[in-house]
Design a protein around this ligand. Sequence first.
Ligand SMILES: *[C@@H]1O[C@H](CO)[C@@H](O)[C@H](O)[C@H]1NC(C)=O
Length: 386
Amino acid sequence: MKFAAALALAGAMAVDAAVLGERAAYAVKGKPEGFATGTTGGGSAACVVPSSTAQLKTWLADNVARCIVLDKEFNFKGSEGSVTENGCRPASNKCPGKGGQDAINKASWCTNGNAGAGVTTIKVTYDKAGVAGLTVGSNKSIIGVGSKGVLRGKGLRIANGAKNVIIQNIHITELNPQYIWGGDAITLDGTDLVWIDHNKFSLIGRQMIVLGNGASNRVTISNNEFDGVTSWSATCDGRHYWAIYLTGSSDLVTMKGNYIHHTSGRSPKTGGNSLIHAVNNYWYANSGHAFDNGAGANVIAEGNVFQNVVTPLLENKGQFFGGPSTAANAVCAANLGHTCVTNSFGSSGTLGGTNTGFLAKFKGKSVASVSAASTAPSTKAGVGKI
Ligand SMILES: *[C@@H]1O[C@H](CO)[C@@H](O)[C@H](O)[C@H]1NC(C)=O
C-alpha cells in the first residue's frame, strides 16, 4: 500500500510539474516603452488560466496581483441578455440598411442634438454585455496565447484609481458593431501606468480605445492593430469612424508601432489635457481623418507612415508638431533626447503642425525612441505576432 501511495504521489507530482512548466512559459513579453515605462502588471504572480467567463470576470476585478492567461475565446455575448428600446437613426446614417450605423440613445445622444438634424427615433436591440467593459483592478497582466486569446462581446474597463495594468496579445471583438454606443473595447478613466500592447480590435460599436475625462496619467499603446473594416459604418463606406479617443484631464500617451487601418475618423481624436507622442505608427486606407486635435491636446507625430489617408490632421485647436522638416525637427533634441523624424506620406493629404512651444513638456519624461518612418511595423502589430 505504502509503495502504491508513493507511486501515486510521484505521478501526481509529475503532472503538477508538467502543468507548472507549461504555465511558467506564459509571461508578458518585453517591456513598455515611452510614458508607461515601469508598468509591471501582475509582476511575478504565477500565471493562471481562467476556466470560464465567470472566473475571468472575478480574477480581473479582484484585489489580487494576477497574470491572467487567455488561451481561448471568452464569449460574453448573451451573458447579460439583450435590450430593446428607443434609439435613433442619426443624420450620419445616409445609407440605412445598406452599411450605415444607427445609435443607442446613451447619455441622451439621440435627443441632445449630437445625432444631427433629421435624426429619427427607431427601435434598437443590442447585447447588454457589450455596452460596459469588464472591471479590471490594479496589478494585472492579461495576456493571450498565440492568437487564441479572444474577448468576444465585452471589453475591458480600468477606472476609479485602478492602476498598473498590462493588456497584451488579445483580440477584442464584436461589441454591438451595428450601433454607435454599442461598446468600447478598452476604457481608461482615472488610472495610471497602463500598457496596451500587441492587441487587435475589430467590430467595435464605439471606441476601440477611449481615455475618458478622468486622468489616465501614464499610458503606452504599442503595436496594436486597429481594424476598422465593418458592415456598419457611420460614414457609409465600410470603415469605422470611432477608433481612438484621447481626451483625459491629465494624460501622457505614447502611441508607438500601431497599425490603424480602414478607419474613417477619430484615429485619434485628442483633447482634454493630453500630451501625446505618436511615433512609428502606420495609418492605412483611412477615408476621412486620422488626427482631430482638440483644444488642450499637445501632440508630436514623428516617424509615422500615412498611406492612403485622406486627411492626416482634420483640425488643430491644440498644439501639434508634425515633424515638418529635418531642419525644423532639430528643436526636439533638447526636449525629447532625439531629433524628431519626418513622417512619410503615400497618396495621402498633408499633416502640418508647426507648434513647438509645448515640446518642453516632454523634458525629463520617459520618451519612446524613434526609427525612420519606412520601418513602421505594420506587419508586426496585432495579435499573434509576438
Ligand atoms: C498593487 O501593487 C502595489 C505594489 O506591490 C501595492 O502597493 C498595491 O497595494 C497593490 N494594489 C492592490 C489594489 O492590490
